[in-house]
Design a protein around this ligand. Structure first.
Ligand code: ATP
Length: 253
């Protein structure tokens, strides 16, 4: 799905991501671990083209996207969530998910004014698709609610629903369990499993919560000072001496 070669990002003299290489395979879940400031969010910002690369190349679905912009990469099927929930407070859950279906650009002003039936059809299609997405994800009962009235764990799920409504191929989750209580984390783990199965996605997840990372991920990349210090399945990462020394102190994960 994605091949990253020697990806580097510098902020002045500081190298936040240093010659990072990895691949993302279909239907796999990858974890990005590392202490604060290790460069994890920068990697997401590079993949989703919020930031330009300093060096390196990235291919997505076999196409070189090094020169692509944010919108092109999103339309190709790369979607993400952010560290802080970014739902629209004034919109219902259903309308938030409709936003994820990217109405912009499907018709221009002329079409909007003169091709009303087509526009109405398109809006109906978007509403149906958003409802279907909520149904598949067991969120239908919250459809008419404003996000702020819902528990935080549900808001997180709605945000993920919005990110996957457009059926992306790859989903980037930036600390999805931040601020959730242990019960909500367990529900989130089940939810991420459900979306992987139903939507046949590859998922990259940044998370400090070890329970989530160790339970969900097929492969974990551990970053430290912008470099990859360990790669492998959870069982291997838990015992990796470089990880224990650099990230986890002397304790096991
Ligand atoms: P956290 O777990 O705290 O979110 P992280 O691993 O995601 O950390 P990044 O946010 O990617 O780390 O930051 C990596 C390094 O790059 C940090 O030293 C940070 O201060 C620096 N950095 C990130 N964004 C910028 C920016 N826009 N301008 C300058 N430096 C930045």
């Amino acid at each position: 799905m994605i091949t990253v070669k020697e990806l580097t990002k510098r902020y002045g003299a500081h190298t936040a991501v240093d010659a990072l290489s990895f691949t993302v395979d279909k239907g796999q879940i990858y974890g990005l671990l590392g202490p604060n400031g290790a460069g994890k969010t920068t990697i997401f910002n590079l993949l989703s083209h919020i930031y330009d690369y300093s060096e390196g190349r990235v291919t997505f679905l076999g196409r070189d996207i090094t020169e692509s912009d944010q919108v092109q990469v999103a339309r190709m099927g790369l979607s993400r969530t952010f560290q802080n929930t970014r739902l629209f407070a004034g919109l219902s859950v259903l309308d938030n998910v409709k936003v994820g279906l990217d109405q912009a650009g499907r018709y221009n002003l002329f079409e909007a004014m003169f091709l009303l039936p087509r526009r109405q059809r398109e809006e109906r299609r978007i509403a149906e698709e958003a409802s279907r997405c909520l149904e598949v994800l067991n969120l239908s009962q919250h459809s008419g609610a404003r996000p702020a009235t819902l528990p935080y764990g549900i808001q997180r799920r709605v945000e993920i629903a919005r990110a996957i409504a457009s059926r992306p191929r790859v989903l980037l989750l930036d600390e999805p369990a931040a601020g959730l209580n242990p019960e909500e984390v367990l529900a989130l783990i089940d939810f991420i499993r459900l979306i992987k199965e139903r939507f046949q996605l590859s998922i990259l997840v940044i998370e400090h919560r070890m329970d989530l990372i160790m339970t969900l991920c097929d492969t974990i990349y551990v970053q430290d000072f912008g470099r990859t210090i360990a790669v492998g399945p959870p069982a291997k990462i838990q015992k990796d001496p470089a990880v224990l020394a650099a990230y986890l102190g002397e304790e096991e994960v």
